[in-house]
Design a binder for this molecule. Structure first.
Ligand SMILES: NC(=O)c1ccc[n+]([C@@H]2O[C@H](COP(=O)([O-])OP(=O)(O)OC[C@H]3O[C@@H](n4cnc5c(N)ncnc54)[C@H](OP(=O)(O)O)[C@@H]3O)[C@@H](O)[C@H]2O)c1
Length: 299
């Protein structure tokens, strides 16, 4: 397919490379243009403006947050004003349910198709075409996107015809991951203060009852205290925590754990942790126990 990709950060770069490997014709756009170079060397076309990435069958946005997506989608010469009728905007960023609702309506007004397709998996999974995709949109639109989803992911799960539903799935998934990070931080603080080997403990957990990728990935990151370079930066993790709380407020669903984690993020950021991986807030449980402090100031 002829596809544009807007946003060449940790995730978008790997996704663009996977699309090229699968044989798609890919135009790449990024605010900081230098990030397109490596992809151009792999066969991508460099889109100098957002509009240049919107000339194909579909355009994928993989940007940091609501503000970035709003700017490029609703801005002058943005996605809404330049995408052809019938072409598809695939929104893969983790954004608010409210913005997904706005984009659903705006694209429908223009006769364009819109699919929310946020992804699960860190940058290594993006580079290896191993993402999991949660997709929602009109069935014909989602079907048309399948060659692209197959190129970037290992499996696509469909969540119906209403695009914002996929965004809620993504936000609730990140809420669960952040809960695992908090729980692992507390459990590791406990066994660590008693002098037990944390790596052996994580190996035990993940070889028995907790044999799941999320415990394996975050268990070893936390036991290693490996929070740089950030695969998923703390400010982005905090953004997702605020977005799930906003969605929960609108639906009147209390999320006490998410509120606790909101304060963990605030503490992490107040101590200068913005360049660390989001999982660094796990260390605050050890600090509460009078153990080692965050490696934040030195980083
Ligand atoms: N990293 C993960 O593990 C992961 C996993 C699943 C989903 N996600 C989600 O995927 C999205 C991208 O994440 P990422 O880790 O790839 O982020 P990232 O490495 O920080 O990249 C962010 C991208 O957004 C652009 N951007 C940021 N602010 C902008 C603005 N105000 N105007 C225009 N462009 C702007 C950046 O452009 P520049 O290069 O010019 O800064 C870059 O292309 C986020 O919504 C994130 O929550 C991340």
């Amino acid at each position: 397919m002829k596809v544009g990709l807007i946003g060449l950060g940790n995730m978008g770069s790997g996704m663009a490379a996977s699309l090229l490997k699968a044989g798609h014709e890919v135009s790449v756009y990024n605010r900081t243009p230098g990030k397109a170079q490596a992809l151009v060397a792999q066969g991508a076309r460099h889109a100098v403006r957002v509009a240049d990435a919107c000339r194909g069958d579909a355009v994928i946005t993989m940007l940091a947050d609501d503000g970035a997506v709003e700017g490029f989608v609703f801005g002058e010469q943005g996605v809404i004003s330049t995408l052809a009728k019938g072409a598809i905007h695939i929104s893969s960023s983790t954004i608010s349910v409210a913005l997904a609702e706005e984009m659903t309506a705006a694209h429908a007004d223009r006769g364009q198709r819109f699919v929310s397709a946020p992804v699960f998996g860190r940058p290594a999974a993006a580079a290896a075409a191993k993402l999991f995709i949660a997709a929602a949109g009109a069935p014909d639109a989602v079907e048309a996107c399948m060659p692209l989803f197959d190129a970037i992911g290992q499996r696509t799960f469909r969540f119906g015809a209403n695009p914002p539903d996929a965004n809620l799935v993504k936000l609730s998934g990140n809420f669960l991951i952040s809960s695992v990070i908090e729980a692992l931080g507390e459990a590791l603080a406990l066994v660590g203060k008693a002098g037990l080997d944390q790596h052996r403990y994580v190996d035990f957990l993940t070889s028995t009852l907790f044999n799941a990728p999320v415990y394996k990935i975050y268990g070893s990151l936390i036991a290693d205290k490996k929070f740089t370079p950030a695969g998923f930066a703390a400010p982005l993790g905090f953004k997702d925590n605020r977005l799930v709380l906003a969605a929960a407020e609108k639906l009147q669903v209390p999320l006490p754990l998410a509120s606790l984690i909101y304060n963990r993020f605030l503490t992490l950021l107040a101590r200068g942790g913005e360049s660390l991986d989001w999982s660094a807030f796990s260390q605050l449980a050890a600090e509460d126990a009078g153990q080692e402090s965050l490696p934040v100031r030195a980083a």
